[in-house]
Design a protein around this ligand. Sequence first.
Ligand SMILES: Nc1ncnc2c1ncn2[C@@H]1O[C@H](COP(=O)(O)OP(=O)(O)OP(=O)(O)O)[C@@H](O)[C@H]1O
Ligand SMILES: O=C(O)c1ccc[n+]([C@@H]2O[C@H](COP(=O)([O-])O)[C@@H](O)[C@H]2O)c1
Length: 217
Amino acid sequence: MFGGTFDPVHHGHLRSAVELSEALGLDRLHMIPAHVPPHREAPGVSSDQRLSMLRLGVEGAPGLVADDRELRREGPSYSVDTLASLREEYGPRARLIMMLGHDAFLSLHRWYQPQRLFELAHLVVVDRPDHEDELPQAVRALVEGREARSGDELMQSPRGGWLRLALPSRLAISATHIRQCLLEERSVRYLLPLSVIEHIQMQGLYSGLRHCAVQRR
Ligand SMILES: Nc1ncnc2c1ncn2[C@@H]1O[C@H](COP(=O)(O)OP(=O)(O)OP(=O)(O)O)[C@@H](O)[C@H]1O
Ligand SMILES: O=C(O)c1ccc[n+]([C@@H]2O[C@H](COP(=O)([O-])O)[C@@H](O)[C@H]2O)c1
């Protein structure tokens, strides 16, 4: 499971998803837009639009799935509920992994029922070059005794561990930066798939872009 606001999805997400899948030999990676992101303001772009951009982003990528299960639930999109539904689908013996970036990991202690995440899955934390803060004590306490030394060790059990993974391409790309560029009518080319840029233009998302030619972006 790789959950996110994906507002919009970008190459930092997509390249990390591919590299993590390869590093751990995953069968499938569900990229799941948060319908009601629990710990941040409501995104300016609808869940349906964020899902549409994600679908375009994963098109043709083997193993990457744009999963709409959080859009089919009401209330805050808590990750424990999403993992519970994946666990039900794949069964008790499947090795389930929740992938998240270092910035999201920093606030894990404030998530809804954080200990239950480990009853349902493993956590794999990927580095982000633009987010290098120290782990708060509360997060250290939460994950104490669970750290695996390698992907192989983690994959020996279906749930309960965590691993820090340094992926080959650490891309300092963020959706905040992309939204800011779009607002200021600066180029976002190469930060996200061209198909997603074109969708943003066609739909007039993130303002200002509607009348700009693709070539200028
Ligand atoms: N460049 C990146 N490299 C690795 N992981 C990333 C990257 N960008 C985001 N992530 C991770 O993807 C998940 C979803 O992130 P999110 O959709 O909030 O993207 P974001 O770029 O951080 O957005 P925003 O700037 O709006 O907060 C989080 O676990 C986050 O840590
Ligand atoms: O379950 C929670 O309480 C919870 C709190 C904060 C974030 N999350 C999830 O973490 C993922 C990354 O969040 P974000 O805000 O970085 O896009 C996304 O799937 C969120 O739903 C989940």
